[in-house]
Design a protein around this ligand. Structure first.
Ligand code: NAD
Length: 259
């Protein structure tokens, strides 16, 4: 049980696909801290899985959302306003690139692949933040958390266009932090180490990447959903009241190593 108390707070969580999702690790931590949770799911294909997980939380709602569809995003915020009347925390844990873009050479990135990866993985944060801003402002502030990966800073072979998207995402975090700060809305990114999720399986050589990470990281292990959940709880709560625009590595220390 966590000692941080988020009772009375409402969190919207974008990006749970199944029990392995990073967003599910975050949701569990926020649920244990007493927050009311609104889960979105991307399409009917994922509805039952997400509904089952949401049902294990003490106070949750479920709404469909495809971040490329403005009407579907709008309906999430309409539901939040109607059902909860407030929004304190937004978790953006959404990314996608066409599989072929993560297999071949970065040199061969297609125009469409680049556009799709950027739109879903980076632009969506800006769009969701803009929708969340008035509701958070009305609550006296809020916390937005997104998930990034170190391929934004250093080259990870085969991560290709997703590295470009993560660099854009991290820039978005800083730019939005500057604009939203006066309304006491904080926005930060967690740069997670590799975890075996649906999205991560789209990157070739995931097992090799995880083994390398385990061997080289100072903590000599891969990270867990609980690691991501605990840092999210810190960023969602007043414990991080002076922190915004940051990229916090939750990677067992891997990023500090040169050899
Ligand atoms: P995941 O597959 O469980 O989650 C990805 C989510 O993105 C899914 O819920 C999917 O439905 C959602 N999504 C994709 N396109 C969407 C769209 N158009 N509209 C709405 N939702 C959409 O995988 P994950 O690893 O938990 O990924 C979550 C985030 O964490 C991503 O941003 C990912 O890049 C990031 N991340 C993952 C790792 C890792 O190793 N797993 C490491 C660092 C960062």
């Amino acid at each position: 049980m966590y000692s941080i108390d988020l009772s009375g707070k409402v969190a919207a969580i974008f990006g749970v696909a199944n029990h392995r999702s990073l967003a599910w690790g975050v949701a569990q931590a926020l649920d244990q801290a007493g927050a009311r949770l609104l889960f979105t799911y991307q399409g009917e294909r994922l509805k039952d899985k997400v509904a089952k997980l949401a049902g294990t939380c003490s106070n949750s709602l479920l709404v469909p959302c495809d971040v490329t569809d403005e009407a579907s995003v709008q309906s999430v915020f309409d539901t939040l306003q109607a059902e909860c009347g407030r929004l304190d925390v937004l978790i953006h844990s959404v990314a996608y690139a066409p599989r072929e873009e993560l297999e071949g050479a970065f040199l061969n990135t297609s125009r469409d692949g680049y556009r799709i990866a950027m739109e879903i993985s980076a632009y969506s944060l800006i769009h969701l933040a803009a929708q969340a801003a008035p509701m958070m402002k009305a609550c006296g502030g809020g916390s937005i958390i997104t998930m990034t990966y170190m391929a934004s800073e250093k080259v990870v072979p085969k991560y290709n266009v997703m590295g470009s998207a993560k660099a854009a995402l991290e820039h978005g975090v800083r730019q939005l932090a500057c604009e939203m700060g006066p309304d006491n809305i904080r926005i930060n990114a967690i740069s997670a180490g590799p975890v075996n999720t649906l999205a991560a399986r789209g990157v070739s050589g995931l097992n090799e990447m995880m083994g390398h990470h385990r061997d080289k990281a100072p903590l000599k292990r891969n990270i867990t959903l609980e690691d991501v959940g605990r840092t999210s709880l810190y960023l969602a709560s007043d414990l991080s009241s002076g922190v915004t625009g940051e990229v916090i590595h939750v990677d067992a220390g891997f990023n500090i190593m040169a050899m």
